[in-house]
Design a protein. Structure first.
Length: 91
């Protein structure tokens, strides 16, 4: 189910760094080097598999951009914010 405006606002206030873009949230993480960036992606992958919800991932040397949306709903949902909150614990 699509997140309400109040739920979106609350999530963004609690999770600095995530940006709302239409029906998705995005964050870019910066690491010391490529190896650290890839290590982060591996850890995100394990979280995503456990949640059965998978972000779009873009790796550019030491930067990783994650985009979360629920494609089947065509909207931002609790699945997205729950996974984003778990990802935030990795950094």
């Amino acid at each position: 189910m699509k997140l309400s405006e109040s739920d979106r606002t609350a999530f963004l206030q609690e999770h600095i760094g995530w940006q709302l873009e239409n029906e998705m949230i995005r964050q870019t993480f910066v690491f010391a080097d490529f190896t650290a960036a890839v290590g982060f992606v591996v850890r995100v992958g394990f979280l995503a598999e456990a949640a059965d919800h998978h972000p779009d991932i873009d790796i550019r040397w030491n930067k990783v951009t994650l985009v979360l949306t629920t494609h089947s709903e065509g909207a931002l949902t609790e699945k997205d914010t729950a996974l984003a909150a778990e990802i935030a614990k990795l950094v």
